[in-house]
Design a protein around this ligand. Sequence first.
Ligand code: EPU
Length: 421
Amino acid sequence: MEKLLIEGGAPLKGRVKISGAKNAVLPIIAATLLGEEKESVLEEVPGLCDVKTISEIIESVGAKVRYNAENETLTVDATNLIATEAPTDLVRKMRASFLIIGPLLTRYGKAKISLPGGCAIGTRPIDLHLKGFEALGAKIEIGHGFISVTAPNGLVGNRIYLDFPSVGATENILMAAATAKGETYLENPAEEPEIVDLANFLNVMGAKIRGAGTNLIKITGVERLRGENYTIIPDRIEAGTYMLAAAMTKGDVFIENAIREHLKPVIAKLKDAGASLEESINGIRVYASGDLKSVDIKTMPYPGFPTDMQAQFMAMLAISKGKGQVIETVFENRFMHVEELRRMGANITVNERCAEVVGVEKLKASRVKATDLRAGAAMVLAALVADGVTEITALHHIDRGYHNLVEKLISLGAKIKRIEE
Ligand code: EPU
């Protein structure tokens, strides 16, 4: 088993380039299944474990996938698919595997997969995805751990209201409705930049989607879509994580590719905490010299404060002056990092979905686990400022979402290495 060893105390300085967004590229890779003519060529595809998993999933239904790690390009030929069912072992690895249902259903009238897996951050039901498929005319059967969705006569556009702006449900419905007959109106959809990126890719493929990024999306079904070339947006959560690393270590880092528009709540909270930020067209410079002040955060769907930055902010609050409150409203069990941060000396009390963090002078190095992807990022941040050498295990979680983490941190002056236990 591998682990990270991080010696805290080095201020991070320099420039770091943000990779393509994990949560944009996963649905976009699923959407390549809609390319009936031509292959799709995706650029800025990060070499992440989740990208490998979804690639294997689409390969299992017949897509031909090539990844060029050097120029981070993924080529998908989905012109001839052979199956509408994905193997259980792959699907169980990652919740985003459910995103192949939308494209397969609209293209072939059926799809079947086992109940999806993913990080253990909550029960994460899929009722909203299913409600969307049903509204488009599909029939759902659930049994023996499998979900089968069929629409032998094709899908037909409809008006769909989402009770909660689920990211995955919005994506699945966009893909399914793209080639349904007639018009679909999706009310209260997710408005995340990753939704806009998926809609842009689908439109390049020939779809007619208007309003992505707002609270009403109109999809006019088209006959068919073709494979196309597309460049993935930069990862706002990776960017936010490095922004915190710069501020917490009292460093000075230019985060190349960070898009200000996508990071408004993170920028606002970092400024409130006392960090200095300079925003430019190519990225964001973050620097800090004095102690950071505590802030309160409450996670919300976009454009609110992202749940995917909650754990990292908690690591920052652990060493900030004063008391900060963290309220998690998106997932019901996303505080697993609290226990690990406590091992490092953090003073955190949890009451249901609310955590109170009283900043301490110094965190101390310890042996900790990455309990999920963003919890892992929080442990890395805590380790960067702790006294001594912290050991972090369960790195497979971190590998799901941070491309070249060790290399990037070393280039900024962090004392970090990855070793075999
Ligand atoms: N939900 C339902 N019913 C549904 C779907 C979702 O109740 O049918 C609930 C979930 O249980 C959860 C909440 O709605 O409590 C949010 O779920 P959502 O569907 O919006 O999230 P997701 O599509 O499963 C994506 C990201 C997550 C990110 C969330 C929220 C991908 C591949 N994953 O998940 O990313 O936290 O949106 O922004 O896009 C991460 O990157 O660390 C990560 C977990």
